[in-house]
Design a protein around this ligand. Sequence first.
Ligand SMILES: Nc1ncnc2c1ncn2[C@@H]1O[C@H](COP(=O)(O)OP(=O)(O)OP(=O)(O)O)[C@@H](O)[C@H]1O
Length: 357
Amino acid sequence: MKLHPTPALLTTLARIAPGTELAQGLERIQRGRTGALIVLGHDRVVESICSGGFRINTEYTPTRIRELAKMDGAIILDATGKQVLQAGVQLMPDAAIETQESGTRHRTAERVAVQTGFPVISVSQSMHTITLYAAGERHVLETSERLLARGNQAVATLERYRHRLDQVTSALSAAEIEDVATVREVLAVLQRTEMLRRTSEEISRHVLELGVDGRLLAAQHAELLAGVQADNQLILRDYSNAEGVELDIDAALKKLAEITDAQLVELEALTKILFPNSTVSQDDQLTPKGYRLLSQIRTVPKAIGERLVAAFDNLQHLMAASTTSLMEIEGVGEQRARSIREGLARMAESSLLDRYI
Ligand SMILES: Nc1ncnc2c1ncn2[C@@H]1O[C@H](COP(=O)(O)OP(=O)(O)OP(=O)(O)O)[C@@H](O)[C@H]1O
């Protein structure tokens, strides 16, 4: 799935997000009902397509750029956006570079961005829009109100997803402890975790683009993600050898991120990720290795979790292990062995309570 804006474009969007000096300048230009063509960087290539205008080499301020935008021609800033280098410049990019834009300002902006590799901002006087050309993409900036509306909608979705994820995660934990976990339960957690991840990523992009206007959204986002216990890497590792062959976890995670939203809902594509070589029924039972549940015990660092799984092979064996046999593992002393046993016992207790009371 291709994200929009892409991470490369987002980096530039964050530089002109509300609250930044550049955003304040753009806002003043729009309020003054003028347009502008601003190049965010300067080098020999830029120099070679510049004609006329004048060099000012002065510190960037929102008021200054607003005044300079009143003139015909483009404004060139340095790559940090802190210095105004030239103004009133006629840009003559390669006319062979394709552009779908119609007005000359926007056509020029797109071509300059492609030719120089620097971000270019075009403020339209007639349409009152701000378009950013960067990283091979074109992005029309949205108002904070619209971005916030979409962000709030995504937060409401995230809240629903979180609730559902918590339900399927505790159902899986209970089933794992009783050794009756089914393919369906495992896939449900894989699916819900990925849905949560996608929505969360969407909110992060809004937050970045919103700058200071996104503070509340960022706080809500963080709160909703606190304590999420599902982790798809651990799920995949827990069931990695369900077919007798170890999965390539990184490749599986990549495939998971690439399937479409529609495929994610249907489970078929997810089944193929976890079981690339065989056909399974949703009711088939699986035994986890125990990575995920071990990761929830505070006193078990990752390296020790790895050794425990390597030595005991699966969660059932781990749960049956005595303190003495746990202590045979490097890094597990008496205290840690006890806390592992207590941790697993506590999980068993609470999952039974969840299930039957
Ligand atoms: N090659 C260029 N170099 C520098 N400035 C340019 C160039 N082309 C256009 N401009 C600037 O854009 C202004 C508007 O041009 P034009 O109306 O043709 O473009 P437009 O894309 O329709 O703009 P808008 O959407 O703002 O109306 C020009 O007056 C000039 O200041």
